[in-house]
Design a protein around this ligand. Structure first.
Ligand SMILES: Nc1ncnc2c1ncn2[C@@H]1O[C@H](COP(=O)(O)OP(=O)(O)OP(=O)(O)O)[C@@H](O)[C@H]1O
Length: 350
């Protein structure tokens, strides 16, 4: 059933229900169920071969499920006559006719989807390709092709947007720009679903995460909840009396791992409690800091069993369970970033 918003309006929800896809003996997607809602950027994460692209293709009706259903606003996408005006998608930035200009490519897309041609200049401008729009796409860098793919997705001004690995090939400035764009699209009430195989990319891009491995659901939660549940929280301490502090903290049930002559990593007690205990026992502290290991480590640990191609040894992942009482995790800060407008000049061969 379509989800309803205020005044009975239909909310652009993507609903995936027990979805499966087999290619011969390969199970690409395995009994997958989750919902992607509007107003947030949802990251779709999984290692190579996890089934992300296959899922996106099934949302778009480009691949038929072996089992289960996928609907947008309660209707399979193939049943939507509005095409690009309903869902905009970037699946493969390289999959474009290199002999055409960006302007010609977008104009053809606009015509076949009954989108006013005026949108072509608007989206070229939006993605920073207005001046380079007359050049052959074959001469574009991967980053410029990603921008062109994003322009194609935006062309129909759709309420639902899918992006498959959109950050590939973008320089840091481009990554910041894309993050700002996705945030704005979500704030406009659109449904934004973005795949990636790297948590480090999604950490500052998505509000929600759907994590899959070997086609199966591993996590479906907000980034904050994922972070609180999976990231390895610990406290770094530095003191000239490490032996004394270790004895005190161990007596309180903490685990203390020395990381230098006067330094240690403590798990099992929050920083505030460590500071109080040190004061009470007369141990001077030169450093006391709450730290959280990278979410990338947590993601790798979660999906370690699902990694299709391993280079040599299994990656060593240090992600022990943490012992803080509920609500006492260190706060993970997500930096607020500025989004510079970038414009490629007509002759720029980046
Ligand atoms: N057309 C196809 N024929 C046969 N096998 C396929 C086909 N498409 C995908 N697969 C297989 O299905 C599994 C999932 O592939 P998919 O491309 O969906 O994963 P992915 O998560 O998008 O990976 P990546 O991050 O590498 O793009 C893989 O084992 C892949 O080899």
């Amino acid at each position: 059933m379509p989800a309803e918003g205020p005044n009975g309006t239909v909310v652009p929800v993507i609903e995936i229900e027990r979805l499966s896809k087999r290619y011969g003996d390969t199970v690409a997607v395995d009994d997958l169920s989750f919902t992607v809602r509007p107003g947030t950027v949802t990251g779709f994460l999984g290692p190579n071969g996890a089934g992300k692209s296959t899922t996106l293709r099934m949302i778009l009706g480009l691949d038929a499920p072996t089992g289960g259903t996928v609907t947008v606003d309660g209707v399979p996408f193939a049943g939507r006559p509005r095409g690009l005006r309903h869902i905009g998608a970037l699946l493969d930035a390289q999959d474009v006719h290199g002999g055409r200009s960006a302007r010609a490519h977008l104009s053809a897309l606009a015509r076949s989807n009954r989108i006013p041609l005026g949108r072509v200049e608007e989206v070229l401008h939006e993605v920073g390709l207005a001046k380079a729009g007359g050049r052959r796409i074959g001469g574009y860098s991967l980053g410029m092709k990603q921008r062109l793919g994003i322009a194609g997705a935006l062309l129909g001004d759709p309420p639902v947007l899918l992006f498959d690995e959109p950050l590939n090939g973008l320089d840091p400035e481009g990554v910041l720009w894309v993050r700002g764009l996705f945030r704005r699209l979500a704030e406009e009430g659109r449904t934004v679903f973005v795949s990636s195989h790297m948590m480090a990319e999604m950490e500052h891009t998505a509000d929600r995460l759907v994590v899959i491995g070997r086609g199966r659901l591993i996590a479906d939660e907000s980034l904050a909840d994922f972070s609180a549940r999976h990231a390895d929280a610990h406290v770094a301490v530095r003191t000239p009396r490490l032996g004394a502090l270790t004895a005190v903290l161990a007596g309180e049930g903490a685990t203390v791992r020395p990381s230098g002559r006067e330094e240690a990593v403590v798990t099992g007690l929050p920083a505030a409690r460590i500071g109080e205990l040190a004061l009470r026992h007369g141990v001077v502290l030169h450093e006391l800091a709450s730290r959280t290991s990278s979410l990338e480590s947590a993601f790798m640990a979660l999906t370690a069993d699902s990694v299709q191609y391993l280079a040599g040894e299994h990656p060593a992942v240090d992600c022990p369970a943490v012992g803080f009482p509920a609500g006492e995790y260190p706060v993970v800060e997500y930096p607020v970033v500025e989004y510079p407008a970038v414009e490629y000049p007509a002759g720029d061969a980046r």
